[in-house]
Ligand binder design. Structure first.
Ligand code: NAP
Length: 258
């Protein structure tokens, strides 16, 4: 029973792992003894994060530069992982983009930009890595895909982020579709739907309206790195092996009470 939450020795890829929620997950996995790859566009940010850890934790962390807004970028990341690892236990599709603009002015480019990374990229990368995930999968310990959705994909947000909230609802539905497709390959696919967490994407909003956001959360605070570590270690470990096609809010009670 003591090992039921262990991810020691597992191989994980966390997209967008150099900042915000992605780094919360990557750092937790490294500290829990996993071999972790973090991937996004900014090499310096990825390397700075890895330097911060300075060998702490029982696992390891490596950086791969990748642009996940195109099929070519997703395939290149898949190729690179395949050249380094014989199998992949955990894929965390966390990379995401957001755009805010008034209804009357919301640009077409904000649909392409957001949907390319948040939805198309999740599909392309998962498909490219399916053979490698399959190699890590067994009945008792399936390979895991964890998609990062949002409470904005569950309920309508106040902010004018039209393509973002639609993209996150799409991530939740794609999670169920992929779970159905990949269950026979012993790959589970679940989504988490975070409420507010500190990140680059949330920085301006939290600086402008941090107190109001805390008041809006039934548990009266934004999420912490430990909150993110808890749910994503659970989903990656033996403890989470019998879940698939779920969307789990990690939001201090916002989505269940609004
Ligand atoms: N923070 C919150 O409150 C909150 C709430 C609900 C859901 N989320 C979700 O959590 C996830 C992480 O966001 P965050 O809040 O932690 O914001 P963040 O710090 O801005 O992280 C977004 C990450 O995605 C990467 N990324 C963006 N476009 C990319 C591309 N084309 N190719 C590869 N990587 C790309 C970014 O790295 P580069 O720019 O270097 O590529 C960055 O590391 C997102 O899916 C977001 O929608 C966040």
């Amino acid at each position: 029973m003591t090992d039921i939450f262990s991810i020691h020795g597992k191989v994980a890829l966390v997209t967008g792992g150099g900042s915000g929620i992605g780094w919360m997950i990557a750092e937790a996995y490294v500290r829990a003894g996993a071999r972790v790859y973090i991937a996004s566009r900014k090499k310096e940010e990825l390397e700075a994060r890895i330097a911060e850890l300075a060998g702490e934790g029982e696992g390891s962390c490596s950086a791969i530069v990748a642009d996940l807004s195109t099929e070519a970028g997703c395939n290149a990341l898949g190729d690179e992982i395949e050249s380094r690892e014989g199998s992949l236990d955990i894929l965390v599709n966390n990379a995401g983009a957001n755009w805010g603009a008034p209804y009357e002015e919301f640009p077409e480019s904000a649909w392409d930009r957001v949907l390319n990374v948040n939805v198309k990229g999740v599909f392309q990368l998962t498909r490219r890595l399916t053979p490698l995930l399959e190699k890590a999968a067994s009945d008792e310990d399936p390979a895991r895909v964890i998609n990062v959705g949002s409470i904005d994909g569950i309920g309508a947000p106040d902010l004018e982020t039209y393509s973002y909230s639609a993209s996150k609802a799409a991530v939740h539905h794609l999670t169920a579709v992929l779970a159905k497709k990949l269950a026979r390959k012993k790959i589970t696919v679940n989504a988490i739907a975070p409420g507010p967490f500190q990140s680059r994407m949330m920085k301006a909003t939290l600086e402008r309206a941090g107190d109001a956001i805390n008041d809006m959360v039934p548990l009266s605070r934004i999420g912490s790195p430990e909150d993110m570590a808890g749910i994503t270690i659970f989903l990656a470990s033996r403890a989470g092996a019998y879940l698939t096609a779920t969307v789990i809010p990690i939001d201090g009670g916002i989505s269940g009470t609004r």
